[in-house]
Write a protein that binds this ligand. Sequence first.
Ligand code: ATR
Length: 274
Amino acid sequence: MNELYAVVGNPISHSKSPRIHSLFAAQTGEPVEYTAIQAPLDGFAETVREFFAKGGKGLNVTVPFKEQAWQLADRRSERAEKAGAANTLYQDSQGRLVADNTDGAGLVTDLKVNAGITLAGRRVLVLGAGGAVRGVLGPLLAEQPGELVIANRTVAKAQGLASLFRDEAGPAELRACGFGAVNGAFDVIINGTSASLQGDLPPLPATVITPATVVYDMMYAAGDTPFNEWARAQGAGKVLDGLGMLVQQAAESFRIWRGVEPQTVPVIEELRNH
Ligand code: ATR
């Protein structure tokens, strides 16, 4: 008998998670059935309760419910606690609802393992200071970059995140500023803004990019994202989008639920090509 998993969001019809988890299940032979559930905007908690009441084993949570998932949980992993949002839910042996956040681990694994990029000691620029960025800062800082600059349109929000993560920065210099105040060239630039949804680009000085710069847009698109198109035009050495992060965060959820680590590279390739 298959065990039931799902992703919950609103809207949900474009989610790639059912396809990703079905590929993982086929590859590993795990008895996983994974569907997509659209929860009403005012009915997330009820949807979660119903899912587990009818025997569901685990949920992924996406926009706009990640903060609600965090609030609803009886227990949270350390990384979810700090992220302020959860993308993975399951029940422990006592039936308590446990929340985790695998987004940051997904980003770091995609950068390090799939793309072979070192973050340790590097100058890293993170653009944005919303939920998506808060979700990845802990795992990024755990890689011990030499310096991490958070730049955002609303500078106060970048400053808020820098204070929140100060304790996790260790020897890394952690700074916050506006886009115009970003200085010098960076080894790695990660775009976590939603600017491209409005067809905008964060107004960065072109000097942030050199031929040695790796640019990573946490969004993904069939072609280049607007940000990555800009980065390529400035001569960035390597330009990546968030498809690998999406598959890696899914793999980390799968591992939490099933205790089995699926291979991600064939799944990333399959999604990229079809
Ligand atoms: P998410 O969950 O995707 O992080 P969010 O919490 O609403 O969503 O955060 C969106 C991020 O994209 C914020 O950093 C936002 O900047 P502000 O904090 O100044 O609002 C950034 N953003 C959204 N639209 C933008 C635009 N047109 N130009 C630059 N940054 C933008």
